[in-house]
Ligand binder design. Structure first.
Ligand SMILES: [Zn+2]
Length: 394
């Protein structure tokens, strides 16, 4: 073939594939089940109605560019909040989301049920859902669970890294097992799960300890989600999911939404990070003495020395390996995306912020996933679980 013709054909095929992945992405209902921008950006005084490129992973304009249809915003505070403060703080975050949506009602709407979800898609507005990340925000009170549901919260992660009086976390079950007063769900913890089933609030098992996981999966009568977790066998960190847990989620009809955090995808990243933090020990220690949380220190240092962090960043194919692993084990109906953007200091190359979402669609096509299966992964599977959790009596 003449050289010029050959080049032209290659160029045409590149342009063609670019168009087709973007077309599939635009047509699909794209749902991200976990983004921390409210707690890490909005509550710190930055306004996502403005362009925050370089300062955050997300803002309203970039959600649009990402082709995002439904974003589940994490309502989060850490273990420094507890009795009389955690529930209040959760409500402040919810207030801020309502205020943002109120000011931008031509571009955004709150979504609390599958009908509203379809309306948001049809009207080309960003559908805003809420998930409470950490059972400590109900402060051991089922009335608070009711109140959060009434305000629109549609999933709750039973624990964050901190345990509650009724559920133990992956962090605590692996590192403090001997000093815990109980392991797994207490009777009250099982009441919480049953109440969530009754209300129509999805049980999220990301972050929970293995015993809590098994107690929850044996208690729930509705499909669960992992809103932002990866595969333990590919990256053995305590809060990733082991094979028997993944199989149980498949049998339950649930969905594992993959976290984009480099440290949950690639164990080499964690080695690189340990060396990096050691190198900057002086700064790390002084931030610790100011009572900064570890995740805040990691984010701050990563932003200060971006080139050093870049050196040990994994690539997108490694995230896709987690996806393939789950698909091979329990099928394509049980996997989705829960980026954790704005809650992580690093995602695989070239996922720099939310606008990278179409690149995942492209990578899925390159791995041979059909259009139908891509639509399931991007959002269809979550919609199925959301519908199955509805309480039609309400
Ligand atoms: Zn999390």
């Amino acid at each position: 073939m003449p050289k010029l013709l050959c080049c032209l054909l290659i160029l045409l095929s590149i342009v063609g594939s670019a168009q087709s992945f973007q077309k599939i992405h635009n047509k699909a209902v794209v749902i991200d089940t976990h983004n921390d921008v409210l707690s890490t950006v909005t509550m710190k005084g930055l306004n996502i109605e403005k362009d925050l490129s370089g300062k955050s992973h997300s803002d309203i304009a970039r959600f649009k560019k990402a082709g995002m249809d439904i974003q589940v915003f994490s309502i989060f505070c850490d273990e420094r909040f507890g009795k009389d403060t955690a529930f209040k703080y959760a409500n402040l975050e919810i207030d801020s989301l309502y205020a943002i949506v109120g000011r931008n009602s031509e571009k955004m709407m709150i979504v609390t049920n599958p009908v509203e979800l379809q309306q948001a898609v049809k009207q080309k507005k960003l559908g805003c859902m809420m998930g409470v990340e950490g059972g400590h925000m109900i402060e051991d009170n089922l009335d608070h669970l009711d109140a959060l549901f009434k305000r629109g919260v549609r999933y709750m992660t039973l624990t964050w890294n901190n345990s509650t009086s009724w559920a133990t976390s992956a962090f605590d079950e692996t590192r403090k097992k001997d000093s815990l007063p109980h392991i797994g769900l207490t009777d009250f913890g099982k009441e919480v799960v049953k109440k969530m089933n009754k209300l129509g609030m999805i049980v999220d098992i990301s972050h929970v300890g293995e015993q809590t996981f098994w107690d929850a999966i044996h208690t729930t009568i509705k499909p669960v989600i992992a809103s932002h977790s990866c595969v333990y066998n590919l990256c053995p960190v305590p809060r990733n999911l082991k094979d028997d847990q993944i199989k149980a989620i498949g049998q339950n009809g649930g969905v594992v939404h993959l976290n984009f955090y480099s440290g949950f995808i690639d164990s080499n990243y964690n080695k690189g990070k340990a060396a990096f933090l050691q190198k900057h020990k002086q700064e790390v220690d002084s931030l610790k003495s100011l009572k900064w949380a570890n995740y805040e220190i990691e984010e701050w240092t990563a932003k200060k020395y971006p080139q050093e962090v870049e050196a040990y960043r994994p690539d997108l194919s490694q995230l896709l390996n987690h996806l393939d692993y789950i698909v091979k084990m329990i099928g394509v109906d049980h996997v989705g995306l829960g980026s954790d953007f704005d809650g992580i200091e690093s995602a695989p190359k070239p996922l720099d912020d939310v606008t990278s979402f179409p690149l995942i669609t492209k990578a899925l096509m390159e791995r041979g996933y059909s259009k139908k299966n891509i639509e399931k992964i991007l959002g269809g599977n979550f919609i199925r679980v959301f519908k199955a959790n509805q309480n039609h009596e309400l």
